[in-house]
Ligand binder design. Structure first.
Ligand SMILES: Cc1cc2nc3c(=O)[nH]c(=O)nc-3n(C[C@H](O)[C@H](O)[C@H](O)COP(=O)(O)OP(=O)(O)OC[C@H]3O[C@@H](n4cnc5c(N)ncnc54)[C@H](O)[C@@H]3O)c2cc1C
Ligand code: FES
Length: 354
C-alpha cells in the first residue's frame, strides 16, 4: 500500500495526514481540520483548491464543478482528489471556516432512533432523530448530516434546523430536519412514506461550512427557498442568541400559502429580538388583500424590500436554481462576494437532476 501523504494548507499552520485512497477533504475532516465544502459530491465547487506543490489524483469524470481551464491550472476538488505520497501543499479558494476548538466535531456515524415524523406542509415533514445517549455530537449552526436510507446510495444530505446549545451539542440530544418530498425522489419519498418513529438509521456528520463570515460589519439578510429555511434560521438564531444586534431580515420563498413553513419560529424569534424581521413571498399565488405576505420570486422582489446590500452579510439556501438566481441578484444589489454564504441543496448525483 502506498505511503500516507501529508497535506498543508498554504498560508496557515494547518497540516494533516492524508491516506492515498481517501479524498483529501475526508482526511481533513477526520483530522479535525475544517475546509470549505458543501455537497462532497464534486458538484458545488466549494472545495476548490490549487496545488502549489506535490501531487493529487482524481478521476476527472467526478470533478464535475471544474472547467477545463481550471484543471489545466492545477485546480482540484478536494472532496474528490486523493494525494500521492509526500507533502502536498494546496491553496483553498474559498475563505477558510473557523476551526473547531474541540476534536469532537469530527464527522462520525451515529445510530439514531427516529422519534417523530410530522407533516409541516403537504410537501414537507419535520423529522426528529435521537442521538445515542452517550454520543457527543458537536456541530455549528448551518451544518448538515448524511442520512442512510435502506437500499438507496449514496446517503442523502439534510441540514439541522436548530442551532446547537452553548456547548456545541444539540440542547436536548435531538436532531431536527425539514425534508421536502422531491417526487419522484427516492430518499425523500422513503423518509416521508416509510420512516416511522422507533426505526433506527445511521446519520453521519456533521459536515458543511455554511454560516456567517468571521466579521459581520452590518445587517444580515437570509434568503430561503422552502426547506432552505432550516440552515438559514439555525445560523440566524445562533447569531441572535449570541447578542448580534444589527438588523436581521429573513425572506422565505414558497409557491403558495399551503407551503408556508417556519412561521412559528419567525414569531418566536421576533418576540425575543426586536432587530429580527421576516417576510414570506409567494411565487404562484397572489396573497389575499390585507395579507402580510408579498408576491414574486426573490430576485424580482428583493429591491422592493431592500436597497443596497453593500454592508450586508447574506445567507442563501434552497434548491440550486433558487440559490443561483438569488446570488446573482444580491451581487447586483452590491453585496460583497466574500460576505455571501450559499447552501445549495444539490441532488446526490448530477444524473438525478437530468
Ligand atoms: C448540503 C445539502 C443540504 C441539504 N439539506 C436539505 C434539507 O435540509 N432539506 C431538504 O429537503 N433537502 C435537503 N437537501 C437535498 C437532499 O439531500 C436530497 O437531494 C433531496 O431530498 C432529494 O433526494 P431524493 O433521493 O428524494 O431525490 P433523488 O432521487 O436524488 O432525485 C429525484 C428527482 O428530484 C430532483 N431533486 C433532487 N433534489 C432536489 C432538490 N433539492 N430540489 C429540486 N429537485 C430536486 C432531481 O433532480 C430528480 O429529478 C440538501 C442537499 C445538500 C447538498
Ligand atoms: S464539489 Fe467538493 S464539496 Fe462540493
Amino acid at each position: 500500500m502506498p505511503a500516507e501523504a501529508r497535506v498543508r494548507i498554504d498560508g496557515t499552520d494547518l497540516t494533516f495526514p492524508a491516506a492515498p485512497d481517501r479524498p483529501v477533504l475526508d482526511s481533513a475532516l477526520a483530522a479535525g481540520v475544517r475546509l470549505p465544502h458543501n455537497c462532497r459530491g464534486g458538484i458545488c465547487g466549494s472545495c476548490r483548491a490549487t496545488v502549489l506543490s506535490g501531487t493529487l489524483d482524481a478521476d476527472s469524470s467526478v470533478q464535475f464543478a471544474l472547467t477545463d481551464q481550471e484543471r489545466e491550472k492545477g485546480v482540484w476538488l478536494l472532496c474528490q482528489a486523493q494525494p500521492a505520497a509526500g507533502e502536498v501543499v494546496v491553496r483553498v479558494h474559498a475563505p477558510l471556516p473557523r476551526q473547531p476548538k474541540a476534536a469532537d466535531s469530527r464527522p462520525q456515524t451515529y445510530l439514531c432512533e427516529s422519534v417523530a415524523t410530522r407533516p409541516v406542509t403537504p410537501r414537507v415533514r419535520e423529522l426528529v432523530f435521537a442521538l445515542p445517549k452517550t454520543a457527543r455530537f458537536v456541530f455549528k449552526a448551518g451544518m448538515h448530516v448524511e442520512v442512510a436510507v435502506p437500499g438507496i446510495e449514496p446517503p442523502r444530505t439534510y441540514s439541522m434546523s436548530d442551532p446547537p446549545g452553548p456547548d456545541g451539542e444539540p440542547v436536548d440530544g435531538l436532531l431536527r430536519f425539514l425534508v421536502a418530498r422531491q417526487a419522484p425522489g427516492a430518499a425523500s419519498t422513503w423518509l416521508h412514506e416509510t420512516l416511522r418513529p422507533g426505526m433506527v438509521t445511521s446519520l453521519t456528520g456533521p459536515f458543511g461550512t455554511f454560516g456567517l463570515p468571521a466579521q459581520v460589519p452590518g445587517p444580515i439578510l437570509g434568503l430561503a427557498g422552502g426547506t432552505g429555511i432550516a440552515p438559514v434560521l439555525a445560523v440566524i438564531e445562533e447569531a441572535l442568541s449570541g447578542g448580534f444586534s444589527a438588523p436581521v431580515t429573513v425572506v422565505l420563498s414558497v409557491r403558495d400559502r399551503e407551503e408556508i413553513l417556519a412561521m412559528d419560529a419567525f414569531s418566536r424569534i421576533a418576540r425575543r429580538h426586536d432587530n429580527f424581521a421576516w417576510k414570506v413571498t409567494l411565487t404562484r399565488e397572489d396573497p389575499p388583500p390585507g395579507s402580510r405576505f408579498i408576491t414574486g420570486r426573490v430576485p424580482d422582489m428583493l429591491h422592493r424590500v431592500h436597497g443596497q446590500l453593500s454592508h450586508h452579510a447574506v445567507l442563501i439556501a434552497g434548491t440550486p436554481g433558487f440559490v443561483d438566481s438569488c446570488q446573482a441578484r444580491v451581487l447586483e444589489l452590491g453585496a460583497e462576494p466574500d460576505r455571501i454564504a450559499v447552501d445549495a441543496f444539490l441532488p446526490a448525483s448530477p444524473a438525478a437532476s437530468e
